[in-house]
Design a protein around this ligand. Structure first.
Ligand code: COA
Length: 156
């Protein structure tokens, strides 16, 4: 049974992230979405809100579990008993960043394997910070996020 960790801050989760999860399920038996606390990022949504929203948005897929994490990604991997991480690449900047992250992680845990999926071209401009900016200024986000994020925003 191959399990993969999809880590991120997901503040909030976007359709780009959802697409990576759906495609990861074709490669792995289970996707564990690891939601980083990311205290230093001063997130718009609390860790609990992000975890709950992703749980609701991924419930229909089955074989997705959503867990909060604090600390190092490699420690989370060890706790989960898997060495695989999946990441989405939107552009060359993502690639450069992800390559350095992979080497940093590998320098402390040599068993780690990172699998990269290219984002859909129409998602290549989507980021959580674009979504947050639109939320702040009452712009439409319905085309960028799952409906569960809209519900969260409307509830606040
Ligand atoms: N579709 C849409 N957006 C995407 C995306 C995709 N497929 N892939 C990435 N993004 C966006 C994210 O929404 C985020 O947007 P934002 O910066 O506008 O908010 C941005 O790209 C960066 O995302 P990500 O790479 O997931 O970074 P992150 O900060 O959300 O999460 C951690 C990074 C938490 C996974 C990483 O820092 C980590 O593992 N931290 C733990 C400490 C550690 O072990 N560090 C490594 C050793 S030094």
């Amino acid at each position: 049974m191959k399990r993969v960790v999809y880590s991120g801050t997901f503040d909030p989760i976007t359709n780009g992230h959802i697409n990576i999860i759906e495609r990861a399920l074709k490669l792995f038996d289970e996707v564990i979405v690891a939601v980083a606390e990311s205290k230093e990022k001063n997130t718009m949504f609390s860790l609990e809100e992000r975890v709950l929203t992703i749980q609701k948005a991924t419930d229909k897929f089955g074989k997705v579990s959503v867990k909060p994490f604090r600390g190092l990604l490699v420690d989370f991997l060890k706790d989960e008993g898997t060495d695989f991480v999946i990441r989405g690449l939107r552009n060359g900047v993502d690639f450069e960043y992800e390559r350095d992250m992979h080497y940093a992680n590998r320098s402390i845990y040599e068993k780690i394997e990172t699998v990269y999926l290219n984002s859909k071209i129409e998602d290549s401009f989507v980021s959580s910070s674009v979504v947050r900016t639109l939320i702040r200024y009452n712009g439409s986000i319905a085309h960028l996020v799952p409906s569960e994020v809209l519900e969260l925003v409307n509830s606040k």
